[in-house]
Design a protein around this ligand. Structure first.
Ligand SMILES: Cc1cc2nc3c(=O)[nH]c(=O)nc-3n(C[C@H](O)[C@H](O)[C@H](O)COP(=O)(O)O)c2cc1C
Length: 205
């Protein structure tokens, strides 16, 4: 069982890393392999809507997005984590996620998703909602915790002092593990839910 964790912070060993580190310890204790990939410090451009991915099966820009794609395909769960910038997610992370979700065509249904946000003070729940939207358009159930998944800190390392934030992350990782294991059993017993051909309509017709 594997989890891919994407860190949208540009700061290596920043506060978002502390949240993900707290989760990783739990995953490993539960026998779940966890890999963290930091994207916030990489040069990632946004989607240009060229739609070449429909022919290529991957993004036309060969960067970390195409490295993440096979890891995401293999994973049972995906954690996306961001520092809060202006009450929103980090722009590099959004560029990565737009292109990752748009350019990959493997079935993501029943891979478990979880979002994590980190801020000095405000904008956590808006950012949390923003990140969860990637899951809820791809048949991915969302793991939750005992609070919205946020941790607080400004300077590097300050999140270490947020005991409630760290506990939220540990509980989240345990809940996510339970969901992934339960879904694996459910798939064996019942199979994946029946699918329908996607009806693509537009508001102009
Ligand atoms: C450009 C920028 C915008 C920010 N906007 C917010 C904000 O809207 N709300 C907030 O509470 N903190 C804001 N912060 C503070 C960061 O969220 C905070 O320092 C966080 O710990 C960074 O996480 P990291 O160490 O993982 O990068 C902002 C920081 C930067 C650099």
């Amino acid at each position: 069982m594997k989890v891919l964790m994407i860190n949208g912070s540009p700061r290596v060993n920043g506060n978002t890393s502390i949240a993900l580190g707290e989760m990783k310890k739990v995953f490993e204790a539960e026998g779940v392999e966890a890999e963290i990939v930091q994207v916030g410090n990489k040069d990632v451009r946004g989607c240009i809507a060229c739609r070449r991915c429909a022919e290529l099966g991957k993004c036309v820009f060969d960067d970390v997005v195409n490295e993440l794609a096979p890891k995401f395909e293999e994973a049972d769960g995906l954690v996306i984590a961001s520092p809060v910038y202006y009450a929103s997610a980090n722009a590099t992370l959004i560029a990565t996620l737009d292109r990752l979700f748009f350019s990959t065509h493997f079935d993501k249904s029943m891979k478990v998703g979880a979002s994590v946000v980190c801020a000095r003070r405000g904008g956590c729940s808006a950012t949390f909602d923003e990140l969860n939207k990637y899951f809820t358009i791809t048949n991915m159930p969302i793991a939750s915790s005992q609070y919205w998944n946020s941790i607080h800190g400004r300077e590097q390392g300050e999140a270490n002092e947020d005991e409630e934030g760290k506990q939220t992350m540990r509980v989240l990782a345990r809940n996510m593990t339970f969901l992934m294991k339960s879904i694996a059993l459910g798939k064996e017993k019942f199979g994946l839910p029946e699918t329908e051909e996607h009806a693509w309509t537009h508001f102009i017709r």
